[in-house]
Design a protein around this ligand. Structure first.
Ligand SMILES: [Mn+2]
Length: 386
């Protein structure tokens, strides 16, 4: 059993977001940090550091237009030279003045056309970077009852999704993300997994749902959603992060490591940890006050710890206890795994992979931070909206 657990941990893959390395903040203040990337190339270089010390994060997502470049094939080559590759292409139809009343659901057809053109441009970019995933999140919605027709907006959304779906190349897919509220406060046009699921179901097999762990009402049982979508083959990806109140975008596993374990238990028990399952395990976080590269390393380690615990669940014992109707016994099997200290196991696995057993320490000792802080002086730091 241990060998299988170790093999699964070595094979695990976690995708990191380019935007995690830029400056970010709340709507009150963005605090700049020294050494922050100024270009998409520098963001990818920072992401490569996370992979260098964890060995399980070789893929970096782009966000368009924040990561717009003239030559995407060259950017993909740059990533490859640094030992990583480009993953999902995240569309952005939420920052132009035109989108005040929505993007693909805007009542104005000219604005809808502009938004759709951007989504199609993202598919073009995915062609050039060799990316499988076109990730769509819409800030669209309304603030006041009566502001717009809820049903008409669903129709407009469906039309846009259909147009993107028809443009997908072989092996590409739409990943549709939902969010309960914010920036719209009365209705979001894709507020929950059910809405995302219904749209994806209508589109076809190349459309799947993204679960951003911060995009639910407090108390929502996220692992139930995971189990349901896996069963329906509609779970495309996670955006991992953690939250205490709303969409906090804190480090995954920081607020509620037990929830992360429960999610990973559903993944492991459904056999969906392996890359062949098609579930993309991505981080979607903003590091507002903490240093960014170590925060990404810590986040990857938090996912690894939850995964290791989930892999240690005694599946046969759990099965037997469940079938016997042994409520406390089955819960006990799960808790035994959760309460195991897996840090020595993970340190060991890292050594097997030729890595330092202590990724945080190894990065800190590497001098990379001192180097980028000295080198990256001048120019415009990447940041929120950059
Ligand atoms: Mn997200």
């Amino acid at each position: 059993m241990t060998d299988a657990v170790r093999a699964a941990l070595r094979a695990q893959r976690i995708e990191v977001p380019s935007w995690a390395y830029g400056n970010s903040g709340t709507r009150f203040k963005v605090f700049a940090q020294p050494g922050v990337p100024r270009t998409p190339q520098e963001k990818i270089a920072d992401a490569a550091q996370v992979h260098k010390y964890t060995g399980v994060a070789p893929v970096v997502s782009l966000h368009i237009p924040w990561d717009k470049v003239d030559d995407y094939a060259a950017l993909a080559k740059h990533a490859e030279d640094l030992g990583v590759r480009i993953g999902g292409i995240n569309a952005n139809v939420f920052q132009d003045d035109d989108y005040k009343l929505g993007s693909v659901t805007n009542p104005d057809p000219a604005v809808r056309r502009k938004a759709l053109d951007h989504l199609l441009e993202c598919v073009d970019i995915a062609d050039l970077t060799g990316s499988r995933d076109i990730k769509l999140w819409f800030s669209d919605g309304t603030n006041y009852p009566g502001q717009d027709s809820i049903r008409a907006r669903q129709d407009r959304l469906a039309d846009a999704l259909q147009a993107v779906y028809e443009r997908l190349g072989d092996g590409q897919r739409i990943l549709l993300e939902y969010k309960l509220f914010e920036p719209a406060f009365y209705t979001m046009d894709v507020p929950d997994w059910g809405t995302a699921y219904a749209h994806c179901l209508r589109l076809g097999p190349k459309a799947q749902v993204v679960i951003d762990t911060g995009h639910h009402a407090p108390g929502t049982n996220i692992e139930f959603i995971v189990a349901f979508l896996l069963r329906e083959e509609k779970l495309g990806a996670f955006d991992f992060n953690s939250r205490f109140y709303a969409d906090d975008d804190l480090m995954v596993g920081a607020a509620d490591p037990f929830q992360l374990f429960r999610i990973m238990h559903e993944i492991v028990s459904a056999g969906a940890l392996d890359a062949s399952s098609g579930v993309n395990f991505m981080l979607d976080q903003c590091h507002n006050i903490e240093p960014k590269i170590p925060a990404q390393i810590r986040s990857v380690m938090n996912v690894q710890e939850a995964t290791a615990k989930a892999l240690l669940v005694d599946a046969a014992a759990l099965d037997a206890a469940q079938l016997a109707g042994d409520v406390l016994g089955s819960n006990g099997v799960l808790m035994d795994a959760y309460n195991t200290d897996v840090r020595p196991l993970l340190a060991d696995v890292r050594q097997e992979m030729g890595l330092d057993p202590d990724p945080m320490g190894a990065y800190a000792r590497s001098g990379y931070f001192e180097k980028i802080a000295a080198d990256r002086v001048g120019g415009q730091q990447a940041g929120w909206g950059a």
